[in-house]
Design a protein around this ligand. Sequence first.
Ligand code: PMP
Length: 352
Amino acid sequence: MSKYLSQTRANLTPYVPGEQPVDIERYIKLNTNESPFRLSKAALAYAFASLRPLQLYPDPEYGELRRAFAESIGVSADEVMAVNGSDEALYLAFSAFCDEKTPAVFADITYGFYPVFADMCRIPYETIPLTDDLQINPEDYLDAKGTIFIANPNAPTGVLLGVSDIERIIESNPENVVVIDEAYIDFGGETVVPLIRKYDNLLVTRTFSKSRSLAGARLGFAIGCTELIADLNTLRNSINPYNVNNATVAYGLGSLADDDAFRDNCTAIEETRAFTVDGLKTLGFEMPDSYANFVFARTPKMAGGELYHALKERGILVRHFDNERICDYNRISIGTPEQMQTLLDTLKELLG
Ligand code: PMP
């Protein structure tokens, strides 16, 4: 730390992303929930054809991209905002809808960036424990004392909350914004996006990093009533109006132009998840039902951290979290069927 770092920033504990090894060929990479599929040829062709010249700044309105995305989810363009990965939308939401008097409220076990964003924005937060079987109890969020953030499906557990439960939470919090982080919704969950027309306190975030194979491009969206989106735009335009670069806009348009490939990929992931869960259960693993492109599994035969290291030594990267409540578990992203078969074979060998 330099002597120049502001006192108010000296105690920040940054988010720790999953490992991104340089020598990726050495590993089966099941640690950061990326898609195992590349963008389709048709999507790539569309992207190259629609690339705005890189010597020009992006269109700060992102009109074409917003229209295409809005159409794909059945809302209008002024109900969506394009962001540099959904992390940016979440950060802007913490910054816009929380302050000292309006704390953030989220689960004790959820996306690790939430407490980091709260600290970064210098706002207090309250954590609500998941139940013993790692579920969110909607009752705990009725009449909350601040802005609610729920990842649905939750990360790293993969557990899904139903639309009616989320609607009860939104309905019971008319004075609070409720942010539903749908980073993993495309893998079998039901979206709450249609509710943005009914509730002016609902904000949904989406990413192209998982189901749309664009983790490296950094593209996401915030979806909500026009007033919430206008608030977020005020903040965006106060920090970085050109927040999504031209190449990413083109890749986003390409992905949206080949929706069939996107849907096929989601179906393939769901099928591979089912086969992986069967295999893991046969080996004695326990895990909550996952609606995401990962499973969160533990075995009584080996501690979570030990298993993580043993797999890494054998060329398989998964994600382990030190947090006491979940240190028995590993989060395993769903790759190709071949990758998951190798994982299962390796686990069988390791656990005997
Ligand atoms: N929400 C959750 C629950 C996540 O796991 C992630 C991925 N790390 C994100 C949001 C952010 O995704 P991105 O910034 O790549 O859109």
